[in-house]
Structure formats: C-alpha cells, structure tokens
Design a protein. Structure first.
Length: 281
C-alpha cells in the first residue's frame, strides 16, 4: 500500500486561522510581540511558552504558523505565550534573536498572571524547527555566566523543553551543505560563539528535554534528533526522542496529526492533567 502523502504548508495554512485572545508588546520593534491564548473558565491556567520556526528567518515564517496548535492547547485548558522575534533577516541573529526570546519569556513571569496564567507552576517551552533550537536554548540559558548579557540577572527557569523537529546544533548547521535552511542562518545565529548559542555545547541545565521527530520529515529527519541525543548522552544526559511514522515536518504543528497528539499528551502529563479533554469556546 503506498504511503499517504505528507502534509504541505498549504494543507495547514489555508485552513481557517484561529485567533489569539490578546497581543502584547515587549519592545518597540514591530516583531517584538507575544500572542496570548487564554483557555475558557476560571484561572489560573497552566501555560506553555511557544516559539515558531522558519529557519530563523522572518521572511519564511512568523508566529501565526503555530496558531492551530495554540488553539488546540487552549481548548484543552492550556494557555499559550506565543513569541514573535526578529529573525536573522530582520536585525536578529546573534545577539538580537536571543535577546528577544529571553525578554519575551521573562515577561511571562512578570505579566502572565495578568492574563490568568499560573506562572509559578511547571514551565514548558516548546518550539518547532528553528524554534526547537530556541526552546532548548531557553532551557539552557540560566547556565550561562552570571555576567552574560544573554542570561540576564534573573532568567526564567524552564522545567521541560520540547523540540518539535528542532535544529539544535548550530555548528553542524553552519557547516551543512544543501540543507533546506542553508548554512548562513545558523552561522548568523552563532557568529562563532557556540558555547553561548548552541544547546549541544552550552552548559547543562536542570530542564528535562524531549524531542519529537517524524520519519518522513525532509527538513529535520530523525537523524537530526538522534545526533543531538548522542551528543547529550556523551555528556551524561538522556534526551528521549519520539518518532512518528508516516508524517513530515508540517504535521508536527498540525492539531489533527498523530505526532501532535503525542506532544499534547506529553504536555498534559507534565502539567499533571493527562485526562484533560477539549472544551468549546
């Protein structure tokens, strides 16, 4: 029996697009925004920090590609803090993108409660593709030197970082040939400073990490996740990896995919809500 075709971007992006409950600013740039997704009912609600991908380039993707899974989490009683940031093509890279992600994530602690979120509970960061790198970076950030500007004085502490077909190894990316994201963007995300920007080389953190990969993903095949797991194992850290058969890169952020159902289950379990069912708005 032939394989079912994997999803393409139009398969997701042409669907009716769910809308966030609020958008807030964390800086003056037009891209320094956070979309806030608030579940119905009384809070405080658990929430996740979400980071989109797009090869670290604003021209390729912005935060709205995550709207469908943000809406799905909202329906399951989980709030979402969906971060926008400057890509390497819009003043980001090293250090701008990291400054944006750090500032927006820290703002969750400062203002999340105003939106009905439980900021003192389990803190989860989840990111797709290039955003998977940034979610893992956010989890490792507290281990940077106290004087490091990328760390800041009081960085948010992440308990669980989820990489959705992530690209965690900037050194490998900068040395790649023929990759869909090219080598220039990961190089600009590191500018040679891999110990502060590339999770495999950053100080180990306290956060648990999980990887979700799909076997037909042409952007981040399972080999990408396996390489990261091996690098972490060499440092004495186990990073579980879940591979879904018959799905590709887009399915990782499609709410009706099997790979997303596994990710949602992991989030609900981490929050102590494994039996949560969706509600209507």
């Amino acid at each position: 029996m032939p394989d079912k075709p994997i999803m393409t971007w139009p398969d997701l992006l042409t669907r009716a697009r769910p809308v966030a409950d609020a958008t807030i600013r964390y800086g003056d740039d037009a891209l320094q925004l956070v979309d806030v997704w608030v579940p119905s009912g009384n809070g405080p609600h658990p929430a996740v920090i979400m980071i989109h991908g797009g090869c670290w380039q604003t021209a390729i993707a912005e935060r709205d590609i995550m709207n469908w899974i943000a809406d799905d989490l909202r329906a399951h009683g989980i709030g979402v803090w969906n971060i926008e940031y400057r890509g390497v093509d819009r003043g980001g890279g090293m250090p701008g993108t990291y400054q944006d992600v750090a500032r927006a994530a820290d703002l969750f602690l400062a203002e999340g409660a105003k939106h009905g979120f439980d900021t003192g509970g389990v803190r989860i960061a989840i990111g797709h593709s290039a955003g998977g790198h940034l979610a893992l970076w956010l989890a490792r950030r507290p281990g940077l030197a106290a004087s490091d500007a990328l760390r800041g004085a009081d960085p948010i502490r992440i308990d669980l970082a989820i990489s959705q077909g992530g690209l965690p190894d900037l050194r490998a990316g900068a040395a790649s040939s023929g990759h869909a994201c090219g080598a220039d963007a990961p190089a600009a995300m590191a500018r040679g400073d891999y110990a502060r920007t590339s999770p495999p080389e950053m100080p180990l953190g306290r956060a648990r990490e999980m990887q979700f990969n799909n076997d037909r993903d042409r952007v981040t095949p399972p080999a990408t996740g396996t390489a990261y797991s091996a690098a972490m194992m060499a440092r004495g850290v186990t990073v579980p990896m879940e591979v879904t058969q018959g799905e590709g890169h887009v399915e990782l952020i499609a709410p009706d995919s099997r790979s997303w159902s596994k990710q949602r289950a992991a989030i609900l379990a981490a929050l102590g809500r494994p039996g949560a069912t969706p509600t209507s708005r």
